[in-house]
Design a protein. Structure first.
Length: 146
């Protein structure tokens, strides 16, 4: 039996044996986080405390995180539908439906690879943003060196 671990959020993960029925919880809601981010951004703009470069890095970091998490959530939502279809096909015990599960599971695996790739890209992007921010705090301008 193959087991798959799907990231749901920072507190939960699923281990999915393909012989059992799987149900998914509600998708992650980023709207409150995004709203709070925009409110903080406006407050900082009003203060005008001279940390424009650092704030730009913060905005860039939040935008990268938000964009990546939205992409991941879209893929996971699609996987939820695929998993539901796999469960329905499995319960039907009809040979044709069971054969369809092979392709559905391949698609799920491909989507898991997409999620891994998105997280990998996010890690690289976030590291670059943090390094850029570190250079701003130290009074360095990395863009002038490259």
């Amino acid at each position: 039996m193959y087991m798959y671990v799907l990231p749901v959020n920072s507190h939960h993960r699923w281990i999915l044996p393909w012989t059992t029925r799987v149900t998914m919880s509600k998708p992650l809601n980023l709207s409150k986080t995004a709203t709070n981010h925009h409110l903080r951004k406006r407050e900082k703009e009003k203060k005008g405390n001279g940390e424009d470069d650092a704030e730009e890095c913060d905005v860039e970091a939040w935008d990268a995180l938000s964009s990546s998490f939205r992409q991941v959530q879209t893929v996971l939502d699609h996987n939820r539908k695929l998993i539901q279809q796999v469960n329905e096909n499995h319960q039907s015990k009809i040979a044709e439906n069971l054969a369809k599960n092979v392709d559905l599971i391949r698609e799920i695996n491909g989507n898991i690879s997409k999620v891994i790739s998105i997280y990998s890209d996010l890690s690289v992007d976030f590291t670059n943003i943090v390094q850029k921010r570190s250079g701003v705090k130290d009074g360095k301008d990395d863009s002038a060196e490259t």
